[in-house]
Design a protein around this ligand. Sequence first.
Ligand code: HEC
Ligand code: HEC
Length: 316
Amino acid sequence: MRLIAFALIALATTGALAQELEPARVPVDRDAIDAAWSQAYQDHLDSGNPIPFTPPTIADIPDTEFGEMVRDGMQAFNNPAIYARDYVGNQLACSNCHLDSGRRPFAAPMWGAYPVYPKFRSKNHQVNTMEMRVQGCFRYSMNGTPPPADSNLMKSYMAYFAWLSQGAPIGIRPKGASFYKLDDPLETASIERGAEAYEQYCQTCHQSDGQGIKHTGRPGYQFPPLWGPNSYNWGAGMHSPSKAAAFIKRNMPFGLMNVLTDQQAWDIAYFMNSHERPQDPRFKGDIQETRAKFHKGKHNLYGVEVNGQVLGEAAY
Ligand code: HEC
Ligand code: HEC
């Protein structure tokens, strides 16, 4: 299985071949990729340096009223465009970024988050609950409206996260929580180099215009968009090249781990986030003021001029 998936990915990412194939027909087998990842995960567990916590499997969800709520939460996590449709502004799924239904280590798994909230965050200078964190992802990553903290939807997310986290230590982030830690790039990140690497490693699935490929017959994406009007907005965590590089390095191309060099991950993250996307909802009419308040980081491209265009000025 593992070999098959690697062959598929190799196919999908070999530049020359990819160009000959109709992108939508590239035979990406999600089951094979998941199987390959499970194998890689097993290898990792066997490596003597394992991730100390493994969440329960979906088959373990109890047949109780609580289990029912856990299942609702999982559904709304994997298909918010259906189960949380009143609150979403795009058709991304939480699980497009929090991979494997929020289980996969180094893709900000929910079992790595739940045990450390409530927690102070400098992003909004206050103590945040887990509910506030979910509301944040609705506002920025989903470009939508936060669901109320006491809604059934929120209750179902919390039930799912609590269930996933059972047995995890409280108050610490286990290894595998959040993202892979990536050092600053050795060379200044380059949007031009990133564009070339994107063509080679990402384009077959996410497309040359970055708009991905939708599911047929249901909302959501087979390959989610990386920029443009249907992507996460300028306030989302993923818009920051340092977060994006850390995500990409470990998790993309999908199904493979650590194929890209750190430099490539940085270059691609810069390229990806040098395109317009929906406006930061905290924007009050002045790009530079918004940058000064919320986008000061040295790798942050909001308000920076790229190819004669100040990013954020033509936001959707
Ligand atoms: C476009 C990608 C993306 C989507 C879609 C997305 N998130 Fe996130 N989410 C992030 C990023 C990036 C972070 C920040 C992770 C970090 O800094 O470690 C994050 C953080 C979080 C956290 C805090 C994690 C932690 O370790 O502290 C929670 C909880 C969360 N998201 C829930 C959700 C939920 C629920 C949804 C769907 C309604 C969702 N996210 C959709 C990218 C996304
Ligand atoms: C084999 C197909 C494939 C390739 C190649 C691939 N991706 Fe992805 N990517 C996916 C899929 C599928 C998801 C959503 C995962 C899920 O829902 O389980 C995803 C999710 C993402 C996300 C988070 C969701 C979003 O829309 O923002 C980012 C960012 C991303 N990919 C960037 C990249 C980059 C950069 C590359 C090239 C280094 C790349 N991907 C290569 C299939 C692919």
